[in-house]
Design a binder for this molecule. Structure first.
Ligand code: 7XF
Length: 390
């Protein structure tokens, strides 16, 4: 098999058979003519392969799905209009009333909010196993275990192989949201996880110009998620967006390498700053799961750095954030541009103050998405902004 860098360029794509176009054409069409009634009937009965309607499948989107399945080591993948649409499709497709879902947190606030909303409306028990440990939270009704490979925003690392082993022994499906790591750093399916999910909006796109999501895994599970998420919910990715993701993913390994170098430089400089109480970055020796990340990941420790100011609460965080010049204050992450946000008031405003406190999301916390600018410039920007604290 070729290296990931080669597959990021070639997988799922080949010159267009009719024109030789190297960039996958945008199949900007709603429906596909099927010629005869009988051929249409066979397509709709699933007896004939082929395209019929872009909500079900589209050639540009299919090329992207094939590329991402390849990079994650999956047999199949299905793309959605957002990471959140991918989460919803997965939950609606695989859970029934009375089932239980256990998660190891913290999770992106929107995902946790979604899980809690589903639990109330659809009679699905949702349990946070972060404090108790996974084993203690599982019951005979548990159908799904949900983790983020690197948690948003606290950057905690889970032992994916152990989580998958524990769940699989009980016939429970494990889902890993790999948005923060990407397949460049960790491939959950190789560690025994059943389904991988991404908000492609982030590193996979990489340029902050498209919203999308994807679920990858076995043929059987992905077929279920596709049937519900596209056929019934209609959360399909648009072909124009698929084109942007196809282009973005080609440079993912190169970008990720630059993000990792920049983030390590930023994390080290913050760790030495007197105004900073804690730096959460899995590449630092001080990170509680540094050894685990070294063991289960490859190629670096990611582009996200979260830190906490020594004191001053939200106003201190505001003072620092408001002075940054190269880092743009915004949510989202994984762009070539550096971004900074205050999780408590933005990405994690969807969960209760108690849940934030339990997850360690403090008012002094700042989350950085380190872009691909020169690390020296980013370090200097942070130093001048922290200077405001005197
Ligand atoms: O629906 P989206 O494409 O925005 O993806 C949702 C999502 C799913 N998983 C993870 C780990 C995520 O971080 C996200 C979105 N996170 C953004 C952020 O944390 O900045 C959302 C901004 S409100």
């Amino acid at each position: 098999m070729h290296h990931l860098r080669t597959r990021a360029v070639h997988a799922g794509q080949r010159p267009d058979p009719t024109t030789g176009a190297i960039a996958t054409p945008i199949a900007q069409t709603t429906a596909f003519g099927y010629g005869t009634l009988e051929r249409g009937a066979a397509l709709f009965a699933g007896e004939l392969p082929g395209y019929r309607y872009s909500r079900f499948a589209n050639p540009t989107v299919a090329a992207l799905e094939a590329k991402l399945a390849d990079l994650e080591g999956a047999s199949s993948a299905v793309a959605f209009a957002s990471g959140t649409a991918a989460c919803s499709a997965l939950l609606l497709a695989l859970l029934r009333p009375g089932d239980e879902l256990v998660f190891l947190g913290p999770l992106y606030g929107g995902t946790e909010g979604l899980l809690r909303a589903y639990s109330e409306r659809w009679g699905i028990q949702v349990r946070d196993a972060t404090a108790s440990g996974l084993e203690a939270a599982l019951t005979p009704a548990t159908r799904m275990v949900w983790v983020e490979t690197l948690t948003n925003p606290t950057l905690r690392v889970h032992d994916l192989a152990a989580v998958a082993r524990t769940a699989r022994a009980r016939g429970i499906t494990t889902v890993a949201d790999n948005t923060f790591c990407t397949p460049c750093l960790v491939r959950p399916l190789e560690l025994g996880v059943d389904l991988v999910l991404h908000s492609m909006t982030k590193y996979l796109g990489g340029h902050g110009d498209a919203t999308g999501g994807v679920v990858a895994g076995s043929e059987a599970l992905v077929r279920e998620v596709r049937r519900t998420g596209l056929g019934q919910v209609g959360g399909n990715l648009a072909p124009q967006e698929a084109f942007l993701f196809l282009r973005g993913v080609k440079t993912l390994p190169l970008r990720m390498a630059a993000h990792c170098v920049g983030a390590l430089a930023v994390a080290r400089s913050l760790a030495a700053h007197p105004a900073v109480r804690a730096v959460h970055y899995p590449g630092l020796q001080s990170h509680p799961q540094h050894a685990l990340a070294q063991r289960q990941w490859q190629g670096g420790f990611g582009g996200m750095v979260t830190f906490e100011l020594a004191s001053g609460g939200r106003s201190a965080a505001a003072a620092v954030l408001d002075r940054l010049q190269l880092f743009t204050q915004a949510v989202s992450l994984g762009d070539v541009d550096s971004l900074a946000c205050h999780p408590a008031s933005t990405t994690h405003s969807f969960v209760s103050a108690e849940a934030r406190a339990a997850a360690g999301v403090t008012e002094e916390m700042i989350r950085l998405s380190v872009g691909i600018e020169h690390p020296d410039d980013l370090v200097a920007d942070l130093e001048q902004a922290l200077g405001v604290l005197g």
